[in-house]
Ligand binder design. Structure first.
Ligand code: FES
Ligand SMILES: [Fe+2]
Length: 313
């Protein structure tokens, strides 16, 4: 049973900045919709519905960007970033309803985000700036993406679920604390990890969800890392899980360490994925005192859904 549906309201990661060159476009499918992500030639990213209001061609299959306009592959109608049809090469009058739906987009910290609200509401909070990103003291993001057959609430539940760390990740938690504040949920964990690829790493992590769909972590261990974790629903049964690592530079091998770090994270996520893809959701789980604050987490997460869309939480 999907106890929260269809999709939450918030900012969602839809691409790494480097995936989309100025003047290019790509098809996307998120929130059960076909979308086109394109960049104007000045670099500004735009997200719009994928199908042309004329006769329904998919913009990202054969279309192209011309200056600050998106050109349909079928009859070459041109649309601007407000979704309005700006030019029809063979007609003098543009139908006033020839428009495509647009979605708010922000590019920040080397990542492209899209705002989704099932009721069409405007963004009501900002994506934080990661001051370290893009500085010479830090590596760039080292990124990965996995498609997972699960619901985003399963991933978010990691914030409160302290008891799965030793069982799933061979990670031992000494101190664990959650702070819920408006659209933010922070997990503070001190412990030690025994990664699959070897070694023991003592760590101190402050990981904050900014809304329902992405988390920024400041992780201090042998190295100082920033982590980005994001999940964006493709449809009601699957999502794209993206994660990225940047490390504070300590020497010439830091980039190599960052790649190793992402490989380790990928292994760690596959451990969770093996659980997520086969589990059911328990609206009323049987919990013990030592489980983390799962009820509190669920109450926080439900704020991103319309109340009619939350069942049995
Ligand atoms: S279908 Fe797009 S211009 Fe005709
Ligand atoms: Fe986990």
């Amino acid at each position: 049973m999907n106890a929260m549906r269809p999709y939450p309201r918030g900012w969602f990661v839809i691409a790494w900045a480097g995936e989309l060159a100025p003047g290019s476009l790509k098809p996307m499918r998120y929130f059960g919709r076909d979308l086109v992500l394109w960049r104007k030639e000045d670099g500004t990213p735009v997200v719009q519905d994928a199908f042309c209001p004329h006769l329904g061609a998919h913009f990202a299959h054969g279309g192209h960007v011309k200056g600050d306009r998106l050109v349909c592959p079928f009859h070459a109608w041109e649309f601007d970033d407000s979704g309005a049809c700006a030019h029809i090469p063979y007609a003098t009058k543009i139908p006033p309803r020839a428009r495509i739906a647009c979605w708010p987009v922000v590019e920040r910290n080397g990542v492209i985000f899209m705002w989704h609200d099932p009721d069409g509401g405007a963004p009501d909070w900002e994506i934080p700036v990661i001051a370290e990103h893009g500085t010479s003291d830090w590596t760039p993001w080292y990124e990965n993406k996995v498609t997972v057959n699960t619901h985003p609430r399963e991933i978010v539940e990691n914030v409160a679920d302290s008891a799965h760390f030793p069982a799933v990740h061979r990670t031992f938690v000494d101190q664990f604390e959650n702070i819920y504040e408006g659209h933010k949920a922070t997990q503070h964990t001190i412990g030690k990890a025994t990664p699959k690829l070897g070694g023991v790493d003592h760590f101190d992590i402050t990981a904050t969800y900014h809304g329902p769909a992405f988390q920024i972590s400041d992780m201090r261990g042998v190295l100082h890392a920033m982590l980005l974790l994001a999940h964006t629903p493709i449809d009601e049964n699957s999502l794209d899980l993206r994660f990225a690592v940047m490390l504070q530079r300590t020497g010439p091998r830091t980039d190599e360490f960052a790649k190793f770090y992402v490989d380790n994270l990928t292994l760690g996520f596959h451990e969770d994925i093996a659980i997520w893809e086969h589990k059911v959701y328990r609206p009323r789980p049987q919990l013990v005192a030592e489980d983390g604050p799962i009820g509190r987490l669920r109450a926080w997460y439900s704020q991103f859904y319309r109340s009619a869309d939350v069942v049995g939480s």
